[in-house]
Design a protein around this ligand. Structure first.
Ligand code: IPM
Ligand code: MG
Length: 364
């Protein structure tokens, strides 16, 4: 298969981790007889520096005309004082909105090898965690009407959802639940918010088509508590843009490290998907060969699975990551409480070595 992949290294550790994912994608191409044509896209802080704006139209166009996009991360303190309209994060919103990728799949999986990096007690995590968060990505308060009063003393953002926007998210939630543990939890704030009451109404309506799935609802405050109190009660969670943002950072911690969590952002299937690790740019360790590239490598696996329908190849990457972890290799963030031990065994590695280890596994 021959495909075009747009690469957005972005800022901070973004270029470090994307470089490793590319090595892995190349190894897959070689092993399975595919050809990837890469196209570089400049977005985020890098684009502010170069073009004066975070996502010039022609950069977005490269993504739109490619078969899929792999993104590292954007943002950093360097751009903290730029005007809000051109903040690096605007590139992310521009990509998500521009590519119409309304559904963000964020699997929070605890790798048994990394149990140690998980701050929760053994009896809470049991044999592991496997939660899929389906986060709405192109609506709600992130995209709603906003403003600041003339005197600068009042500001507002609006949470607004249409039936259609909610329906396509909960539908996806039901469909994934059907393939998993058949349990969908819709997280909202229906005791306060009108928009959340609409989420419940839509979910109940769509549920009629997926009666084999158990549907329940949790308020966001309770859900954040339940996620650390009893995370194994969750299978699939469907939620709004902002609640999903918050819950997935929390979920990443209970799985051990944010450096392991991949994500896929998908639209209606007619356009390219956007794949990115859920972590940020970690400017303090950028360019120092310290970042964990596994979340980006696993995002590349999702890219092969969802955009190119290459399940075997996707699985091969995931298996290779699994084997590398089994062999004891760790970047600092996933060494957890065993850091000294890992170091003593000579298994503490940097970004590049971690990428190479995954490639070596793939080549076996
Ligand atoms: C994420 C990030 C972004 C978000 C930021 C950087 C705009 O936190 O992808 O989770 O809030 O969506
Ligand atoms: Mg976030």
């Amino acid at each position: 298969m021959e495909k075009t992949i747009a690469l957005i290294p972005g800022d901070g550790i973004g270029p470090d981790v994307v470089a490793e994912a590319v090595k892995v994608l190349d190894a897959v191409a070689k092993k399975y007889g595919h050809k990837w044509n890469y196209r570089d896209v400049i977005a985020g802080g890098a684009a502010i520096d170069k073009f004066g704006k975070p996502l010039p139209q022609e950069q977005l166009d490269i993504c739109l005309s490619s078969d899929a996009t792999l993104l590292g991360a954007v943002g950093g303190p360097k751009w903290d004082n730029v005007a809000p309209e051109i903040r690096p994060e605007k590139a992310l919103l521009g990509l998500r909105g521009g590519m119409k990728v309304f559904a963000n799949l964020r699997p929070a999986v605890m790798w048994p090898q990394l149990k140690d990096a998980c701050p929760l007690k053994d009896e809470i995590v049991g044999n592991g965690l496997d939660i899929l968060v389906v986060r709405e990505l192109t609506g709600g308060i992130y995209f709603g009407e906003r403003g600041t009063s003339a005197d600068g003393k009042t500001a507002w953002d609006t949470e607004k959802y249409s039936w259609e926007e909610i329906e396509r998210i909960v539908r996806l939630g039901f469909q994934f639940a059907q393939k998993r543990q058949k349990h969908l939890t819709v997280v909202d704030k229906a005791n306060i918010l009108n928009s959340s009451r609409l989420w419940r109404k839509v979910a109940e309506e769509v549920h009629k088509e997926y009666s084999d799935v158990t549907l329940d609802f949790l308020y966001i405050d309770n859900a954040s508590m339940q996620l650390v109190r009893n995370p194994r009660q969750f299978d699939v969670i469907a939620t709004s843009n902002m609640f999903g943002d918050i819950l997935t950072d929390e979920a990443s911690q209970i799985t051990g490290s944010i450096g392991m969590l991949a994500s896929a952002s998908l639209g209606d299937g007619t356009g390219p998907g956007l794949y990115e690790p859920i972590h940020g740019t970690a400017p303090d360790i950028a360019g120092k060969d310290l970042a964990n590239p596994l979340a980006t490598i696993l995002s590349a696996a999702m890219l092969l699975r969802y955009s190119f329908k290459l399940e075997t190849e996707a699985k091969a990457i995931e298996d290779a990551v699994n084997a590398v972890l089994n062999a004891g290799w760790r970047t600092g963030d996933i060494a957890g409480s065993k850091l000294a031990e890992v170091k003593a065994q000579g298994k503490l590695v940097g970004t590049k070595k971690m990428g190479e280890l995954v490639v070596e596994e793939l080549n076996k």
